[in-house]
Design a protein around this ligand. Structure first.
Ligand SMILES: *Cc1c(COP(=O)(O)O)cnc(C)c1O
Length: 379
C-alpha cells in the first residue's frame, strides 16, 4: 500500500510521527562523544540538556531519566510515600503502574467533563487517614485545576505529583506546567511533542529531593563505597540527551507547525453536530500535543468505534486514547477498588485522537476530515 497510482490506496496516515532534527545537526551534536568516550552517566550532553530544560520549562530543579515512567515511579519511591494515592483513571496506564509498583494503592477519582482532568471537587470525599498523595494528570495539554488541588494538599498535608507527560511547554500566565505541586513528571518519548528518543524528567523545587533522585536513578550510589538506599538504573544516556538538545532548538517551530494542523482541523470540523472539539483554557499556552474529538452517536450518526473503523479502512490511523480506562483493566480494577467514575467512562467510550504531527500536510488533514464527514453526511 505504498503506491499512489490510480485506484491504489494513498499512503497511510498515522496518528503521530516522531520529529527528527536534520541528520547533520545530530551528527555534529554526537561527534564530541567519540573524543571523550563518555557516553552515559551524567555526561556533558546530559548536564547541558538538564540546564536547558530547567530554563525552557521554567522550573527550579530538573532530573533526567531514561523514560517518563521510571521518572514518576522513582519519584514516588524517593519521596517514600505509603498508603493511598488519589489519581485519575483517564490516563495512560503508566501512571497507575508507577503507583502500584511503588507499593501504593490507587484510589480513582472521576474527571471533569470539559478538560478531562481529575475533578478536584470530588477529591476531598476520597481522602482517608491513609491518603498520602495526589497524582493528577494534565490531559492532552489541558492543565488540572492546580489551585483547587493545592488548597486540598495544604489542608490535608498531601504530596502532589503531577503526571505532566502531555504538558511539555504548556504554561499558565507565564508559569511553567512543571512548577505546580511538589513535583511533575515529563515524558520525552518519541511520540511526545519534545523527545529524546526515550526519556523523561522530574521537575521540582527541593534540593533534598534532587539528591535523592540523583541517587535512586543510579543504584542508590553515594560514592565508591557507600550505597545508602535501594535504587534502580534509570539514567539518561548521552545520545538521548544529544537528541534532546537538537530537538529543543526546533521546538518553537514544531509547535507552530502543529498549531497550523490544529487550526485546520478546527476550521473543517467546527459546527459538525455531535462532534466535541478540544477547547483550550484561557490564560493557558497550549502545546497542540493531541487533537481529541468526542463523538455523540445520536447527533453525529456514528459512534467512536464506527469512526475508528471507517478511518482505518481508508488508511487513517486514529487512537482510542485513553481507552480502556485504567480502573476497568483486570490488572488494576480487578485488584483495587475501581471507584465510581461515570464521566471518565463516558469520555473513554467516545474519544478518538486524530492524527497530529508537525509535518502533517493540509491535504492529509483534509483526507482525515473528509473520511469523518462522509459518515456524518450518510446519517
Ligand atoms: C507517555 C506517557 C507516560 C509514560 O512516559 P514514557 O516516557 O513513555 O515512559 C506516562 N503518562 C502519560 C500520561 C503519558 O502520556
Amino acid at each position: 500500500m505504498t503506491g499512489k497510482g490510480m485506484g491504489e490506496m494513498p499512503d497511510d496516515i498515522f496518528v503521530t510521527r516522531s520529529t527528527l532534527p536534520p541528520l547533520e545537526e545530530y551528527l555534529r551534536e554526537i561527534t564530541p562523544l567519540w573524543d571523550s568516550h563518555w557516553i552515559t552517566n551524567m555526561g556533558e550532553k546530559h548536564n547541558l540538556l538538564q540546564a536547558e530544560l530547567e530554563r525552557v520549562l521554567k522550573v527550579q530543579y530538573l532530573s533526567l531519566f531514561t523514560n517518563g515512567h521510571m521518572a514518576l515511579e522513582l519519584c514516588l519511591q524517593a519521596m517514600e510515600l505509603e498508603g493511598e494515592v488519589i489519581t485519575t483513571p483517564f490516563t495512560f496506564i503508566s501512571t497507575i503502574h508507577a503507583i502500584v509498583r511503588s507499593g501504593l494503592t490507587p484510589v480513582f477519582c472521576d474527571i471533569e467533563p470539559e478538560r478531562y482532568t481529575i475533578d478536584a471537587d470530588q477529591i476531598e470525599q476520597l481522602i482517608t487517614e491513609n491518603t498520602t498523595a495526589i497524582v493528577p494528570v494534565h490531559v492532552y495539554g489541558n492543565l488540572c485545576d492546580v489551585d483547587a488541588i493545592e488548597k486540598l494538599a495544604k489542608k490535608y498535608s498531601l504530596t502532589v505529583i503531577y503526571d505532566a507527560a502531555h504538558a511539555f511547554g504548556v504554561e499558565r500566565d507565564g508559569v511553567g506546567a512543571g512548577a505546580f505541586g511538589d513535583a511533575s513528571m515529563f515524558s520525552f518519548h518519541a511520540t511526545k511533542v519534545f523527545h529524546t528518543i526515550e526519556g523523561g524528567a522530574v521537575a521540582h523545587r527541593d534540593a533534598t529531593l534532587d539528591d535523592k533522585l540523583y541517587k535512586i536513578k543510579n543504584f542508590g550510589i553515594c560514592n565508591e563505597v557507600e550505597i545508602d538506599r535501594v535504587g534502580a538504573n534509570a539514567k539518561m544516556n548521552e545520545f538521548s540527551a544529544a537528541m534532546g538538545l537538537c530537538n529543543l532548538r526546533h521546538f518553537e517551530e514544531e509547535i507552530g507547525k502543529r498549531r497550523q494542523v490544529h487550526d485546520r482541523y478546527i476550521e473543517r470540523l467546527t459546527g459538525v453536530k455531535g462532534v466535541t472539539l478540544p477547547k483550550w483554557q484561557p490564560g493557558v499556552k497550549p502545546n497542540y500535543a493531541y487533537f481529541p474529538v468526542l463523538f455523540d452517536e445520536a447527533l453525529f450518526g456514528a459512534n467512536r468505534e464506527d469512526v475508528y473503523k471507517a478511518l482505518m479502512a481508508i488508511g487513517v490511523h486514529t487512537r482510542r486514547y485513553f481507552y480502556p480506562l485504567a480502573n476497568s483493566l483486570d490488572c488494576i480494577g480487578g485488584r483495587f477498588d475501581a471507584g465510581n467514575t461515570p464521566v471518565a467512562e463516558r469520555v473513554a467510550d467516545r474519544v478518538l485522537t486524530l492524527p497530529l504531527y508537525a509535518e502533517l500536510s493540509p491535504a492529509d488533514v483534509d483526507r482525515v476530515c473528509d473520511g469523518l464527514l462522509a459518515l456524518y453526511r450518510r446519517r
